[in-house]
Design a protein around this ligand. Structure first.
Ligand SMILES: NC(=O)c1ccc[n+]([C@@H]2O[C@H](COP(=O)([O-])OP(=O)(O)OC[C@H]3O[C@@H](n4cnc5c(N)ncnc54)[C@H](OP(=O)(O)O)[C@@H]3O)[C@@H](O)[C@H]2O)c1
Length: 235
């Protein structure tokens, strides 16, 4: 198949019914054929081409919240999410709120200026620098859970209390590694990009506690030379 319509992608990437009742964490990544999570310039945004971009936007239009590490937010120039008319209509049809908050994870509280707008959430630890926390709290909501490291189950419970159960985690690899270690990844959407890159780029998950998390294949769809795959945690 060379090109999928947004409606076909929405059918492939809708969140499962489970997400009506409990937090559901979907992670979204693109990797090269040799397993790199970034191209030679250190970025990943354009690795998967148009097909991956289309998946990214359709999947966003079905989510309640985007979760992203500050490293990725800084590297990829994150700002507030916005939708075109089609995506806005899809959100309404799926009973999603018009706005999609970005929850950015940072231990140092180094959040890109573009994200410091109402609706943004900052996820950090309870022992993060107090002065910086207070400064951020004047502009965005700060979710501080855990001492030393983020207590992810509490973060997900806090998001769920705000009605944000469909969590689209857009990386990066460090955040992903920690979520894999905590066994909180319900689903991985992985685009395989038709390129070899070599070098020393990270994998899509690194760090965190090493663990084997079996996954089952939900779909594997070719889009030109790109492979769109979706994997569910085998529980
Ligand atoms: N291939 C892909 O699909 C894909 C997707 C996303 C990103 N990337 C690439 O990955 C690279 C960035 O990698 P990365 O591993 O540095 O990204 P990352 O996980 O987004 O960022 C790491 C930073 O995020 C914060 N953070 C992450 N997990 C945290 C936690 N559990 N607790 C507290 N803070 C946490 C920390 O920020 P502070 O330093 O502010 O404390 C940490 O330094 C970029 O090149 C990006 O383009 C690739």
């Amino acid at each position: 198949m060379s090109e999928l319509t947004p409606d076909q992608l929405a059918a492939l990437y809708d969140f499962p019914a489970d997400a009506d009742r409990r937090p559901w964490v979907r992670t979204m990544f693109v990797a090269t054929l040799d397993g790199a999570a970034a191209d030679a310039s250190g970025r990943s945004g354009s690795l998967g081409g148009d097909a991956d971009t289309a998946v990214f936007h359709v999947a966003r239009s079905l989510a309640d919240v985007v979760l992203v590490g500050a490293g990725t937010a800084r590297a990829e120039g994150y700002g507030p999410a916005s939708f075109d008319a089609d995506a806005a209509e899809r959100r309404a049809r799926h009973h999603r709120d018009p706005g999609l908050p970005i929850a950015v994870v940072s231990r140092r509280l180094d959040v890109p200026e573009a994200l410091l707008v109402p609706g943004t959430l900052v996820v950090t630890t309870a022992d993060a620098p107090q002065r910086e926390r207070d400064r951020l709290a004047e502009r965005v909501d700060v979710l501080a859970h855990g001492e030393g490291q983020v207590h992810w189950r509490r973060v997900l419970a806090d998001l769920a209390e705000r009605g944000l159960r469909r969590v689209q985690c857009e990386g990066g690899p460090s955040l992903h590694g920690e979520l894999v270690g905590a066994d909180l990844v319900d689903e991985l959407c992985l685009t395989v990009a038709p390129v070899l890159t070599g070098g020393d780029a990270p994998r899509i998950a690194h760090g965190g506690e090493a663990a084997d998390r079996p996954m089952t294949l939900a779909h594997c769809v070719p889009a030109g030379d790109v492979l769109l795959t979706r994997w569910l945690r085998a529980r």
